[in-house]
Design a protein around this ligand. Structure first.
Ligand SMILES: *Cc1c(COP(=O)(O)O)cnc(C)c1O
Length: 470
């Protein structure tokens, strides 16, 4: 097999795709049904030449690709899969390291060790906190909360690793009403139950109301976990860490922070007021594939109590070389044994941007979000629903119209924006009403792109309103 020709061909296709990303229409040309049809065929019986396979794959896949890496893609909260991270990831795949063990794959383990230290330093977290390289914030929440579950039960003499949680002293979980759905998933996976929680009412921005938290935590006895949030998925808002964490600690609770994208505000001096006190928590979940722009998939589970983290994720196996104290095994901090060497892409992104470059990008994204909010807010009939404190903007169309009618106009504006393919934003429900959610979290997005996005949204709104009044 001509490996060089094969890899060059794949790299060339990748480059062509990415070079056009900024001008590409911000929507897939072919929908799901069309894509299923494009891929559908009987199980292949005979071999096919390597280059033909890759050609065929690209031919079938490309029409159904979304310009998620594009500068005017504002759907969900999705990073841009930076070319430097992608290049590192190409090598990662080619190197084929099973990253579980430091003796078997020394470079993969070393890159993770160093990249993990850098992450802690960037995010202002304790230098000694352990970092597990997982698939994303969902698994980072799961992993951190597994460590929490272990530790709070151990503190009352129960060994959850050995005994499980049947018959264990009950754990009280306190969580904000506007926490991310995946945190509830993590609680579900861990046997803590997504409904078996004390939900703290939140304010208009989705922040825990501190007085409500104090009232609820007062009556808590025994093992407890408090889950806070840095960056609400719609509003970008932050819980008041400085007020809440000390109170939770007094109760002996483990405090976990879901900071999938918002924790990166720690990198910016100008945003540090949002995160004051976040370093007092016991564990933090964040993503590489959001603001750090690594390719999918990459998240970090960061835990202050390293032994709790390691022991909750590990059972020693006789066929694996034992790690000594100072030789970190990547598999000891994540649920998986065999996995991708995620440290390489993380290392490459931090090396490429540096602290300054990361800060500049985050600042630029936040400024772009503010500009979009200003442009939209200046239009009659458009309402910016949130305080734009970070990179998230939620928008309501048809201000002054009744609830149902405003919902309809907002949905129609989203539909027409997506149809225009000039920019992409999706919808969400906020406080029982339909909103458009605009997330700015891409290394290519600055003021000029924000102007184009704002103009595209305003134009979609005019067209939606025109239809509405027909
Ligand atoms: C994106 C996000 C998650 C889920 O992260 P994944 O990387 O998709 O697993 C969890 N919490 C918050 C606040 C998020 O923004």
């Amino acid at each position: 097999m001509d490996i060089a020709a094969l890899f060059s061909m794949a790299a060339q296709k990748a480059a062509l795709f990415r070079q056009g990303a900024a001008d590409r229409r911000h929507r897939p040309e072919r929908d799901y049904a069309g894509s299923v049809a494009a891929f559908s065929e009987d199980l292949p019986i005979h071999a096919m030449a390597p280059q033909k396979v890759i050609d065929d794959l690209a031919l079938r896949a490309e029409p159904g690709l979304h310009a998620m890496t594009g500068p005017r893609f504002h759907g969900w909260v999705i990073g841009g899969s930076h070319p430097v991270g992608v290049a590192a990831d190409m090598l990662t795949s080619a190197w084929g390291q099973n990253a579980g063990n430091h003796m078997a794959a020394p470079s993969a383990a070393a890159a993770e060790l160093i990249a993990g230290r850098w992450i802690n330093e960037l995010l202002g977290l304790p230098a000694t906190a352990s970092v597990g390289f997982v698939t994303g914030a969902t698994m980072a929440n799961f992993t951190s909360l597994a460590a929490a579950r272990r530790a709070v039960l151990q503190s009352v003499g129960w060994d959850a690793d050995r005994q499980g949680i049947f018959g264990a002293p009950p754990i009280t979980v306190i969580i904000g009403n506007d926490a991310h759905a995946t945190v509830f998933s993590a609680l579900q996976f861990l046997g803590l139950g997504h409904d078996r929680v004390l939900r703290v009412p939140a304010d208009a921005q989705g922040r825990m109301i501190v007085a409500e938290f104090q009232r609820i935590v007062q009556n808590v006895e025994g093992p407890a976990i408090v889950i806070l949030q840095a960056g609400q998925i719609n509003t970008g808002a932050f819980d008041d860490f400085a007020a809440i964490i000390p109170v939770a600690k007094e109760k002996g609770a483990w405090v976990h922070v879901d900071g999938a994208f918002g924790l990166w505000a720690q990198v910016l001096q100008s945003k540090r007021h949002l995160t004051t006190g976040v370093e007092l928590a016991d564990s933090w979940a964040t993503d590489g594939h959001k603001w750090l722009q690594t390719p999918y998939d990459c998240g970090y589970a960061i835990v202050r109590d390293e032994p709790a983290h390691r022991q909750s994720m590990t059972i020693a196996a006789s066929f694996l070389p034992a790690a000594s104290e100072d030789e970190r095994d990547p598999s000891h901090y994540v649920p998986e044994l065999s996995r991708r060497a995620r440290g390489f892409a993380t290392w490459a992104m931090i090396k490429h941007l540096g602290r300054e470059g990361i800060a500049e990008m985050i600042e630029r994204n936040c400024t772009a979000a503010r500009l979009i909010a200003e442009r939209l807010g200046a239009e009659e009939g458009i309402e910016i629903v949130n305080d734009v404190c970070l990179n998230q903007v939620i928008v309501r169309f048809g201000a002054g119209l009744g609830g149902e009618e405003g919902d309809r106009l907002t949905r129609e504006t989203i539909r027409l924006l997506q149809e225009s393919a000039e920019a992409f934003a999706g919808g969400a429900e906020w406080r029982g009403r339909q909103v458009m959610r605009v997330s700015v979290i891409n290394y290519q997005t600055g003021l000029p792109e924000a102007e184009r996005t704002a103009a595209a949204i305003i134009s979609a709104f005019y067209r939606a309103r025109g239809r509405n009044s027909d």
